[in-house]
Design a protein around this ligand. Structure first.
Ligand code: MN
Length: 193
């Protein structure tokens, strides 16, 4: 069965004014779709054709890894955001962030630093690496599952994620993501899974 582009978890204009419908039209409708199309072209007729997306990611390199991981990363990123999201979490997520970083403000500082300093294209993550929460940054399509860590939250810092809405101002995009978009319910689900 061919790999499919998952539906967005909200309407294309639901993250506005923070992330515009135009950004999602291109980022989801063009970029994410292209990774899915490439993945299907690369796996058709191969031993990966009927594998799970995770199995393809863990058993591939080069173009097949890049496209399969980018399919996974973008689905995870859409779910990392929600309309009216952001701000400090509550409950078990707040407790885990407190234990790992000493509080929400310290988490914000570390997450911003990772997302800002990822040179060129990539991702910043909140992960569980087995002994509590950590911040990770990865280049291009690389992702936590390749480093024995479980992803809890991600921000895409490829320029295509923010250039329409924020132009070159990546730090403003990161601040907006944290203040207005983070889906802490998704983080809680990932922590519990
Ligand atoms: Mn992207």
């Amino acid at each position: 069965m061919a790999f499919e582009l998952p539906a967005l978890p909200y309407a294309q204009d639901a993250l506005a004014p923070h992330i515009s419908a135009e950004t999602l039209e291109y980022h989801y409708g063009k970029h994410h779709q292209t990774y899915v199309t490439n993945l299907n072209n690369l796996t058709a007729g191969t031993e990966h054709e009927n594998a799970s997306l995770e199995d393809v990611i863990m058993n591939s390199e080069a173009g097949l890894f890049n496209n399969s991981a980018q399919v996974w990363n973008h689905t995870f990123y859409w779910n990392s955001m929600a309309p009216n999201g952001g701000g400090a979490p509550t409950g078990e997520v707040a407790d885990a962030i407190g234990s790992a970083f000493g509080g929400y403000d310290a988490f914000v500082e570390k997450f911003k630093e990772a997302a800002t300093t990822q040179f060129g294209s990539g991702w910043a993550w909140l992960v569980d690496a087995g002994s509590g929460l950590e911040i990770m940054k990865t280049s291009n399509a690389d992702l936590p599952m390749k480093h024995n860590a479980k992803a809890l939250l991600t921000i895409d810092v490829w320029e295509h994620a923010y250039y329409i809405d924020f132009r070159n101002a990546r730090p403003n995009y990161i601040t907006t993501f944290l203040d207005s978009l983070v889906n802490w319910d998704f983080v809680a689900q990932n922590m519990a899974s």
